[in-house]
Design a protein around this ligand. Structure first.
Ligand SMILES: Nc1ncnc2c1ncn2[C@@H]1O[C@H](COP(=O)(O)OP(=O)(O)O)[C@@H](O)[C@H]1O
Ligand SMILES: [Mg+2]
Length: 355
C-alpha cells in the first residue's frame, strides 16, 4: 500500500509539453481515475508514475520517497494495459505465476498464490487452458491475475477495458471495483470514458490539454462542475448548454434564451451579460403550461425503455430532456418544461468558468 504524490509534474516531448505541471496527492488505498478526452495526457502521466516514461520536471513520490529516477521494477507497481500480452504457449496458471517464478518462488508457494488470485477473479476453472482458448474478458482477467500475485503497492490501469464489448466492460468494471474493495490497494485508473471513471473511482481527476481541470468525488464534480468543459464532459447524456443573456424580470435576475425567460432564483447578475445556461437532461421536468419556464418542440425521440430521450429545439438551440416513457410523445409536438433553480449551472460565455 502506498500514497502517491505528484508535485508540478511536467512532460515534454521535444518542444511539445504534453503534461503541464500537475499537482496531485493520491492517498494510500484510494481509487483515483484520470479522465479526459483522447490526447489530454492521461497515459503519459500514468506512465511517468510507472517509470516507463522519463519525468521532464517536478517531483514524484511513492510512499514518501522520491522515485523520479527509480527504475520501474523497483517501484513496486503493477500495470494493466488495454493490450495485455499473454504468453500464448503457457497455461493460464503459468501466465499468472510467471513473474513469481522469475523471482525464484518455489512451485508450491507459486501454485498457492496463483490459486488465490484465480479465486478472487473467478477464473479457477480456466487455470489449465491456454490464452487462445479464452474470451477477451477472460484474457483481461488473467492479465489482472498476473498483476495481483505480485502484491504491488500500487495498481495502475490504462484503459484496460477499451477492447471489450459493452456488456463485458460493465461486468469487468464491477470486477475491478470488487477487487479494490478486497485488496484495498492504491489504484490509479486511466479512461476516456466518464461513466467508467465515475462508477469506479473514489475521486475523479479531469484532465484537458495536459492540465488538471478539476478533481473531486464523482458526485461533487457532477453537481458543481467548475467549467463548461467539465459540465459537458461529466454526465450522460451530456449537459445542455444554452447561449443566453442576463436580464431582469420583476426585479429578479433572469436568463434570456431568445424569447424564453429562465428565472435564476437567488442568483444576482448584472444585466446584458452574455452567459451560458447549463441544464442536465435529467433535470428538465415536464409540467403544466402555466408552470413552464421553457417551451420546446420535440424533434427526435429515443426510447430506452426505462426512460425516453427527447431531443428538442428551443428556437435554434438543441436541448435534450430525459423523460418518463410516454406513448403520447410525438416528434413535432410542443413540450412544457421546468427546472429547479438549484439545477441550473451558469457559466461565463467567454471564459466558460462557473459563475
Ligand atoms: N512518444 C511521444 N512523442 C511525442 N508526443 C507524444 C508521445 N506520446 C504521447 N505524445 C503526445 O502527448 C499527448 C498526450 O498523449 P497521451 O498521454 O497518450 O494522451 P491520452 O492517454 O490522454 O490519450 C498527445 O498529444 C500525444 O500525441
Ligand atoms: Mg492513453
Amino acid at each position: 500500500m502506498a500514497a502517491i504524490e505528484l508535485e508540478k509534474i511536467v512532460k515534454n516531448y521535444g518542444s511539445f509539453r504534453a503534461v503541464k505541471g500537475i499537482d496531485l496527492d493520491v492517498r494510500d488505498g484510494e481509487f483515483v481515475a484520470f479522465v479526459g478526452p483522447s490526447g489530454c495526457g492521461k497515459s503519459t502521466l500514468l506512465r511517468m508514475i510507472a517509470g516507463l516514461e522519463e519525468i521532464s520536471g517536478g517531483t514524484l513520490k511513492i510512499d514518501g520517497r522520491v522515485v523520479n529516477d527509480l527504475e520501474p521494477k523497483h517501484r513496486d507497481i503493477a500495470m494493466v494495459f488495454q493490450d495485455y500480452a499473454l504468453y500464448p504457449h503457457m497455461s493460464v496458471a503459468d501466465n499468472i505465476g510467471f513473474g513469481l517464478k522469475m523471482r525464484g518462488m518455489s512451485a508450491g508457494e507459486r501454485r498457492r498464490q496463483v490459486e488465490e488470485a484465480a479465486d478472487i477473479l473467478q477464473i479457477t476453472q480456466l487455470l489449465d487452458r491456454k490464452p487462445g482458448q479464452l474470451s477477451g474478458g477472460q484474457r483481461q482477467r488473467v492479465a489482472m491475475g498476473r498483476a495481483i500475485v505480485r502484491r504491488p503497492k500500487v495498481f495502475l490501469f490504462d484503459e484496460p477495458l477499451s477492447n471489450l464489448d459493452a456488456k463485458l466492460r460493465v461486468d469487468m468494471r464491477t470486477q475491478i471495483k470488487r477487487l479494490h474493495s478486497m485488496l484495498k490497494t492504491t489504484m490509479v485508473y486511466v479512461t476516456h470514458d466518464q461513466v467508467e471513471a465515475m462508477t469506479l473511482a473514489d475521486r475523479v481527476v479531469i484532465l484537458k490539454d495536459g492540465e488538471l481541470i478539476q478533481q473531486g468525488a464523482p458526485v461533487d464534480v457532477y453537481t458543481v462542475p467548475e467549467t463548461r468543459f467539465v459540465g459537458e464532459f461529466i454526465g450522460s447524456p451530456k449537459m445542455n448548454v444554452l447561449a443566453a443573456e442576463t436580464g431582469a424580470v420583476d426585479g429578479k435576475s433572469t436568463a434570456l434564451v431568445g424569447e424564453t425567460r429562465i428565472p435564476l432564483g437567488q442568483t444576482r447578475l448584472a444585466e446584458d451579460r452574455r452567459i451560458l445556461v447549463g441544464v442536465r437532461p435529467e433535470h428538465l421536468i415536464r409540467c403544466p403550461t402555466d408552470e413552464a419556464m421553457i417551451r420546446v418542440t420535440v424533434d427526435v425521440l429515443e426510447p430506452l425503455g426505462s426512460d425516453t430521450m427527447a431531443i428538442c429545439m428551443l428556437g435554434d438551440q438543441e436541448i435534450t430532456a430525459r423523460l418518463a416513457p410516454d406513448p403520447d410523445l410525438r416528434p413535432g409536438m410542443p413540450l412544457d418544461l421546468k427546472v429547479k433553480p438549484a439545477d441550473i449551472h451558469l457559466f461565463d460565455a467567454s471564459t466558460g468558468n462557473r459563475i
